[in-house]
Design a protein around this ligand. Structure first.
Ligand SMILES: Cc1ncc(COP(=O)(O)O)c(C=O)c1O
Length: 354
């Protein structure tokens, strides 16, 4: 055990996971092997994947001020399409607004740049857009307030995961831990609607520790023991009376998948409530699932070691997952407008139903 930053009590995570540098000049871990053909959009030009770097002293790296968003590229029969690209780009601007980052682009410019980045990166399955201060700064308030925007479109498995040592963590059905340690709670110094790098730092040690204990992910509580979300996905409960409940937009990020599932559920006839949910309600929930761009609808079958419902994937979860998967496959005309074909420039994609 070594002392860690939380009062010297010893931290299993940091003491056992330390990895030494892989030798002089090694860049493994910085630039992922296998992505040599990828190009990244940086402030209006395309550069090689390996050149999309910032200085170690960059303000955003040192202070956690990087704003980002993450989108999925789906492949319906009409060709690759970015899921709700306009909503994702608007959310990036909202993050920049909350954090006071002076981004010097228009929403439409970055939607168009996103589509062009996907066009130039064959086989891309996701897009990450980052807005950051690349400038090396002395003070917290940057002397050079230029916000650089980077857009990367890639296949996570081929371009990132396969290049790493070790196995990636994967679970088709989740076992969750309720994180009850007070320091890990949401205190909202950074509002939940800001997707900014610094807001993920408190959940890193908590989630890492939960992984070591055999859980897949954690549920974070707020100061009043109300459920909020997981570090990178939203939380839904199917209550004893069959209502679909999810924490409010004051407690959790308004995920694009969360919003999509709410709309899909209403269309399927579910009663949906966005409300404060006490941690005790997990005990009586019939079903629990998470949502997020990279995972879609993700069933939870155990919480704190106890089965949720009968311990198998719930029927309503399976129904919502099947409907969501059909939507992103382009098989549900009512929601076809959520899939923006990359072949099509900025006018909104046509709904095939008219
Ligand atoms: C804190 C947080 N909550 C929820 C989500 C899920 O949001 P979305 O469905 O837009 O991916 C994310 C996604 O990254 C997140 O970072």
């Amino acid at each position: 055990m070594v002392d860690c930053c939380f009062g010297g009590t010893g931290c299993a995570v940091w003491s056992t996971e330390r990895v030494r540098p892989r030798g002089r000049g090694s860049r493994v871990g910085e630039v992922t092997l296998g992505a040599e053909d990828r190009v990244i959009w940086r402030d209006g030009e395309f550069i090689a994947w390996a050149d999309a770097t910032v200085h170690v002293l960059a303000q955003s790296l040192q202070r956690g001020s990087l704003a980002f968003d993450y989108m999925a590229v789906h492949r319906p029969s009409r060709g690759p399409a970015v899921f709700r690209v306009d909503d994702h780009i608007r959310r990036l601007f909202n993050t920049c607004g909350i954090m006071g980052l002076p981004i010097a682009y228009e929403v439409d410019e970055l939607i168009e740049a996103t589509l062009e980045t996907v066009r130039r990166n064959e086989g891309a399955r996701s897009v990450r857009i980052s807005a950051l201060f690349p400038s090396v700064e002395v003070e917290l308030v940057p002397q050079d307030p230029h916000i650089a925007v980077f857009i990367a479109a890639y296949d996570s498995r081929k371009d990132i995961i396969e290049g790493k040592p070790g196995k990636p963590h994967f679970a088709a059905e989740l076992s969750l831990k309720v994180e009850r340690v007070k320091r890990s709670r949401r205190h909202d110094l950074i509002p939940p609607q800001a997707k900014v790098a610094a807001s993920y730092t408190p959940s890193l040690p908590a989630k890492w520790q939960a992984r070591r204990e055999g859980f897949d992910d954690i549920i974070l509580l707020d100061e009043h023991d109300q459920l909020t979300e997981a570090p990178t996905s939203n939380l839904f409960l199917v209550t004893a009376d069959g209502t679909l409940a999810t924490p409010t937009g004051e407690q959790a990020l308004r995920g694009i998948t969360r919003d999509s599932v709410i709309q899909i559920a209403r269309e399927l006839g579910f009663a949906v409530e966005e409300r404060s949910i006490g941690v005790d309600e997990l005990d009586t929930a019939r079903e629990v699932f998470m949502t997020g761009t990279s995972v879609g609808v993700w069933p939870v079958i155990r919480i704190d070691g106890e089965p949720v419902g009968n311990g198998a994937v719930g029927t309503e979860t399976a129904r919502l997952k099947a409907r969501f998967d059909a939507v992103v496959a382009g098989d549900v005309p009512e929601f076809a407008h959520w899939l923006h074909p990359v072949s099509q420039s900025l006018e909104r994609p046509e709904n095939p139903d008219g």
